[in-house]
Design a protein around this ligand. Structure first.
Ligand SMILES: [Zn+2]
Ligand SMILES: [Zn+2]
Length: 150
């Protein structure tokens, strides 16, 4: 059982305290992700490794970041909010996403540099379907043991 600010060590499984480490960044395909506070689990055996929280963080990012949808056989992405066809040009945008619901992890802001398209009908900015998998992979990579420092 783990409590507030505690996660299992990714190396040995012992419960450790979540402490702040150096920033981390990862780029996958069309998406760059940045963590200003790269959390580390400080376990009793002395390991200092990122918490095994990548998929949990990616789930919450996916829930908070609007992402376009595609219908089977449709050529254009559809707006996640109003279902209009998305026809505006894709631009790169910087999108900070705050993750608050991952057990044991302090509030974490993931800054994403992502392609984005705006719905011409309801103005919702959203990630095109072709970049959705890259968002997830880049966020997961932030928590990999070999992710690069900033
Ligand atoms: Zn350990
Ligand atoms: Zn819309």
């Amino acid at each position: 059982m783990t409590g507030d600010r505690e996660r299992p060590c990714a190396v040995c499984g012992a419960t450790g305290l979540v402490v702040q480490g150096a920033g981390r960044e990862a780029t996958v395909g069309t998406v760059a992700a940045l963590l200003e506070a790269g959390w580390l689990v400080a376990c009793p055996a002395g390991h200092r490794t990122p918490p095994d929280a990548g998929s949990e963080v990616a789930d919450e990012v996916a829930a908070r970041l609007p992402q376009a949808r595609r219908r089977p056989m449709a050529r254009a992405d559809r707006c996640t909010s109003c279902d209009a066809a998305l026809t505006m040009p894709v631009r790169r945008t910087e999108r900070p996403v705050s993750v608050t619901e991952v057990p044991g992890l302090p509030v974490t802001t993931v800054v994403l540099d992502v392609p984005s398209t705006r719905c011409g009908t309801c103005s919702t900015d959203q990630v095109p379907t072709r970049s959705v998998d890259d968002v997830r992979a880049a966020v997961v990579a932030l928590f990999a043991a070999d992710a690069g420092g900033v």
